[in-house]
Design a protein around this ligand. Structure first.
Ligand code: FAD
Length: 267
């Protein structure tokens, strides 16, 4: 099953095998474990919750194992047999070892792909990339004049608030503005328990992982403050002038930080 069937279940899987290590895999694994299922998570990456920094991943791994969730890391699924809802076996390779896991249900949470292939977009001159995402410029205009794309299919972060912000950008640009999605600050939330949230880049992204189109700028704290004050605005908000409290706070911090360092030097 995928998340669609998992969210529509009217019974409790006895033994669920989850393929994937993203937010959906982790949130649903923990939820179903707490409802009472036996749960095993199989993840290709060697770090648990590999979208997060290693220390966060390690803490979450401890938490999951404490709850009785079996976790296999660095593992590649070689074969799946059976039928979800009855009996499934999954053959997994972890380094040189091979495991065969048995369960009653399987949840495939390896990510989502855009279903743009059946739309004949090329007839309209709308190009897609090699993964099916619609090619857009930073203002979300496609390769066809007057055709815009937004949300998951436009290749940004797959989050509801990103889609909403895309919409705001397109709406503004339709009326002559030139808003872009460059360097917007994207809040992420993972609804495990405890839940986890962060804004924009974590250390992992700064250490050379491929940034997504809407996170291309170098994001050290100074840049972030600079953008909030002058060149940009956090996602889901408007112009800094419309955020007096935040702006004043930022301004005060930037004034008080040098003042404080002088004070410390004197001491
Ligand atoms: C299990 C799960 C949990 C998630 N949890 C979170 C979360 O906690 N926080 C968060 O921010 N985001 C979350 N997301 C991501 C979020 O749901 C998406 O980023 C968001 O829905 C994207 O919005 P969208 O409008 O681009 O696409 P969608 O919401 O997928 O909407 C696309 C719409 O287009 C329709 N459609 C598709 N093809 C066609 C066609 N050919 N013709 C006409 N209509 C078509 C679809 O039926 C659908 O209604 C989650 C996603 C999943 C799958």
């Amino acid at each position: 099953m995928t998340h669609v069937e998992a969210l529509d279940l009217d019974r409790l899987p006895e033994h669920l095998i989850v393929l994937g290590g993203g937010y959906v895999a982790l949130e649903l694994s923990q939820a179903l474990r707490r409802f009472g299922s036996r749960v095993a998570v199989i993840q290709t990456a060697s770090q648990f919750a590999d979208l997060e920094d290693p220390d966060v991943g390690a803490a979450l791994l401890d938490l999951f194992r404490d709850e009785g969730i079996d976790v296999l890391l660095g593992s590649h699924v070689r074969q799946v047999d059976g039928r979800s809802g009855r009996r499934v076996t999954v053959e997994v390779e972890s380094g040189k070892e091979k495991h065969v896991l048995g369960g009653t249900d399987i949840l495939v949470a390896f990510g989502r792909t855009p279903n743009t292939d059946a739309l004949d977009l090329e007839k309209a001159g709308v190009q897609t990339d090699e993964n099916g995402y619609i090619r857009v410029n930073e203002g979300l205009l496609t390769t066809c004049e007057n055709v815009w794309a937004m949300g998951d299919c436009a290749g940004g972060s797959k989050l509801t608030h990103v889609s909403v912000n895309d919409f705001l950008i397109v709406k503004a640009n339709l009326t002559g503005a030139s808003r872009t999605r460059t360097a917007r600050l994207v809040p992420f939330c993972m609804f495990t328990d405890p839940d986890r949230s962060r804004t924009s880049h974590n250390r992992r992204y700064r250490q050379g992982n491929r940034p997504r189109p809407d996170r291309r700028a170098d994001m050290d704290r100074r840049d972030e403050v600079h953008r909030v004050r002058g060149n940009g605005y956090p996602l889901n908000s408007y112009h800094p002038a419309q955020q007096p409290v935040y702006c004043w706070f930022t301004l005060l911090c930037s004034i008080s930080a040098p003042a404080m360092s002088c004070h410390w030097k004197q001491l």
